[in-house]
Structure formats: C-alpha cells, structure tokens
Design a protein. Structure first.
Lengths: 115, 110
C-alpha cells in the first residue's frame, strides 16, 4: 500500500511562533493532498485541499493567511501554522489519494501543542 | 450541506458481531468509506462502497444503500484489538474530498 509520512510527529511551541508541518508521499506521486485537524475525542475536520502547482482550496471558516499551504512538488505538501495560539493546539493529519482515487492514505499525524 | 450521523459509542464482547450504522445527506456523493482510528494514531482505511450492496473484507463488511442514504460497517468475531474509533466518511466533490462522520467509539470487552 501507499505510504504517507509527516514530520514532525510532535511539536511544542510558544504562542506567537510559526510551525511548519511536512507531508510526504513516499512511494507515489500526489497531485492532491488533504489537511485535516482533529481535536480530542472529535472527528477529523477537513481544513484544505492542497494542489500541486496551484493555490490550496480552503474550507469555510479556515483562515488561509493563518494556515499557509504549499504543494511544491508531487511528493511534498507543507502546512505552516503562523502566529500559533493555544487554541491551535490539535492533531494535524494529512492524506493523499492513491491508486483508485476513492482511497486516501493518511500520514501518522502531527500533535501540535502551543503554550 | 453535508452531514453524517453515526452512534457515538458501542460496546460488545469478544467474539461477538457489531454493526455500526451511518446515515448521510449530501449532494455530489460518490461513495462511502470506513476508517478505523486507534487513540493517538492515524485513520486506517477499511472499506469503500460506491454501489449498493455488501463488500466483504475478512472480518469486516460494509454495506451501502444509496436510495436510503445509509450504510453500515459490520465487524465479526470481535477481538480486543478492534477497540477503536470507527468513522464513516463520504467521498464527494470534484476533488474527491472526504467528509467524516462524528465517529463511533467501539469498546470490546473480554
């Protein structure tokens, strides 16, 4: 099966700083990747669709200037949380479709804690 | 709008059979997926139904009725390791996005 990695797996930062999370498709190319956020005991909420070579598409209510997405290559998408605040603390997960586009493979997630 | 409803919790004993239901309301619907997520982990793909009927994969089966906007995940011969959260997710839209249900926490008791 397809493998998606994320880095870092865990990050703790101070309020006001920016954090970059990388999502890589290791053995396949992904023109589209998806970024989700999950708060404890809640479901995954789609934040944005990352498109290789073009602008990301953000879901309603997600601030595009706060959550910067760059999909610079067919195997890498990055999410930068700018000026992070404690309420941004969450589990961030990326995914990419592979093979039949109906199946998405998820990265292991990044747990962000903003102090 | 898009929304999926599933029970919040289900409890069963080892060896039993459990059915987790999911109802959805959406336009642009392509199919229904099921994912398993253990605490602290990433979602793992279990199954996908695009057409009406039953899909079987080992101990897990998934069913879809498009006319009823309804599906279910059936877990047989439950094992302790099956204790996890299970999400139904609909595939829709031009980008084939997944919209997740609220999740069902399954607890398997010895």
């Amino acid at each position: 099966g397809a493998v998606v990695s994320q880095h870092p797996s865990r990050v703790i930062c101070k309020s006001g700083t920016s954090v970059k999370i990388e999502c890589r498709s290791l053995d396949f190319q992904a023109t589209t990747m998806f970024w989700y956020r999950q708060f404890p005991k809640q479901s995954l909420m789609l934040m944005a669709t990352s498109n290789e070579g073009s602008k990301a598409t953000y879901e309603q209510g997600v601030e595009k200037d706060k959550f910067l997405i760059n999909h610079a290559s067919l195997t890498l998408s990055t999410l930068t949380v700018t000026s992070a605040h404690p309420e941004d603390s969450s589990f961030y997960i990326c995914s990419a479709p592979w093979g039949q586009i109906t199946t998405q493979y998820f990265g292991p997630g990044t747990r962000l804690t903003v102090l | 709008g898009q929304s999926l409803e599933q029970p919040s919790e289900v409890t069963a004993v080892e060896g039993a059979i459990v059915q987790i239901n999911c109802t959805y309301q959406t336009s642009g619907f392509y199919g229904l997926s099921w994912y398993q997520q253990h605490d602290g982990g990433a979602p793992t793909f279990l199954s996908y139904n695009a057409l009406d009927g039953l899909e079987e994969t080992g101990r897990f089966s998934s069913f879809l009725s498009r006319s009823d906007s309804y599906g279910y995940l059936l877990l047989q011969e439950l094992q302790m390791k099956d204790s996890a959260s299970y999400f139904c997710a609909e595939l829709s839209g031009s980008a084939r996005q997944l919209t997740f249900g609220s999740g069902t926490q399954l607890t398997v008791l010895p």
